[in-house]
Ligand binder design. Structure first.
Ligand SMILES: Nc1nc2c(ncn2[C@@H]2O[C@H](COP(=O)(O)OP(=O)(O)OP(=O)(O)O)[C@@H](O)[C@H]2O)c(=O)[nH]1
Ligand SMILES: [Mg+2]
Length: 391
């Protein structure tokens, strides 16, 4: 259902997105909210804006606390390492236990519920990659409405690169997973591949609107998309349409409402009686859509697979770069989306680099001989070493 906002509301939205100071942004968002008609079609939007306001308020409070030198629970954890993975789940499933096994973070483990009260990070070394693991405070009924640590927990999930959805096999597995799914869905965090993806990248003034059609529009034309964007004051942007997108998906992208996060299920306490039965029940419920990894933090099994499972979930490869006049490749890999080409890598190294691209040399076990001279469209694989030559 479209939001169908009046022009003055759209105008206010534009002002809100241009506001720099958090206080001013909050004021504009509140004015915007008062101009949004209350009906089913605007329900999600209103919830999103309220969440935005709540987040801004927390950020202001956090800044004040920092200035005053008073500590307090962190709202979310700044990214470090190659990727950030948030451990999400109901209380007592063993999130702290997992964090303390994988990393050297100091956390309190206890059979009392709700022990962890703030997002807590630790670094997990997997081969030559660093996964920053963050234990989010427990998820519960109503987290998405901001109850208890709901806002902290779900903002952490929103900011992550991937999620470990953790449940406990000493209790009803389907019930716990349903709770996680429900709260994530309410917070507009999708864990299943969406039917469509719309990305809006703002450009400099005068660049104009460019629509890149990688999928198709099902209930509107490109002209409608342009009209909608312009009605929100977006005149300079590149819009990428993937999958089967509707005009609602485009509007949702304007409000940055829905995000898609990769996820796997970690089913902990596989050492308890009846664990096997509860894994089967969960498998029946989840189907093929998400990987389930049974582990036991207590008996220490299943955990050795976690690194490779996270790596696989992220759908990335590692590429090592080498300067033409150096003998050895970089020790630290670049992480890049699976299926990327040499040119994609060149763009990642430097936004203008690829323009002067001439050719590359690739070292790889899968090639019959190395190095091999290749062009920009050559598809990279995990472990490749690349030497780029410029014109
Ligand atoms: N049997 C069994 N118990 C476990 C396992 N892992 C953790 N526990 C126990 O489960 C309880 C909760 O563990 P925590 O790691 O504190 O759980 P949490 O998810 O961080 O809980 P909160 O932060 O309080 O929400 C503790 O008593 C742990 O000893 C496991 O693999 N098997
Ligand atoms: Mg904990």
């Amino acid at each position: 259902m479209p939001a169908n906002l009046p022009a003055e509301a759209k105008h206010k939205w534009r002002e809100a997105s241009q506001a720099r100071r958090p206080q001013e942004k909050i004021a504009k968002l509140q004015e915007f909210l008062s101009l949004v008609p209350k009906h089913k079609g605007t329900e999600n939007l209103r919830a999103q804006v309220k969440r935005k306001i709540a987040i801004l308020r927390r950020e202001i409070a956090e800044k004040k606390r920092k200035k005053a030198g008073v500590g307090g629970p962190k709202f979310f954890v700044e990214k470090e390492g190659d990727t950030q993975i948030v451990i999400l789940g109901p209380t007592n499933v063993g999130r702290s236990s997992l964090l303390s096994i994988l990393t050297n973070a100091k956390v309190e483990i206890s059979n009392y519920p709700y022990t962890t009260k703030a997002p807590t990070p630790g670094m997990f070394q997997y081969q030559d990659l660093q996964f920053q693991m963050v234990e989010a405070p427990a998820l519960m009924e109503g987290s998405a409405d901001g109850g208890a640590w709901g806002l902290q927990t779900l903002t952490s999930a929103r900011n992550a690169d991937g999620l470990l959805l953790m449940i406990d096999l000493s209790r009803d597995s389907v019930e716990q997973f349903s709770l996680i799914s429900r709260e994530l869905e309410k917070a507009r965090i999708l864990t299943r591949k969406p039917r469509a993806k719309v990305g809006i990248e703002r450009k400099y003034m005068g660049a104009g609107l460019k629509i890149v059609m990688l999928g198709r529009l099902v209930d509107c034309t490109s002209k409608d998309v342009e009209r909608l964007l312009k009605s929100y004051g977006i005149h300079d942007a590149t819009v990428r349409i993937q999958g089967e997108a509707t005009i609602d998906d485009v509007e949702d992208a304007i409000f940055e409402g829905t995000v898609y996060r990769l996820a796997i299920i970690v089913a902990n306490k596989a050492d308890v009686p009846n664990a096997a039965k509860r894994i089967e029940q969960l498998k029946g419920f989840v189907g093929e859509e998400m990987k389930i990894l049974p582990v036991s933090c207590k008996a220490k099994f299943g955990l050795e697979k976690l690194g490779s499972e996270i790596f696989e979930m992220l759908d990335i490869i590692r590429v090592y770069t080498k300067e033409p006049n150096e003998r050895f490749a970089s020790e630290k890999p670049f992480t890049i989306r699976k299926g990327s080409s040499i040119l994609d890598l060149a763009k990642r190294i430097h936004s203008d680099f690829y323009k002067q691209f001439s050719y590359a040399k690739v070292w790889s076990k899968r090639l019959r001989f190395s190095p091999q001279k290749v062009g920009g469209t050559f598809t990279l694989e995990d472990g490749d070493t690349v030497e780029i030559h410029m014109k």
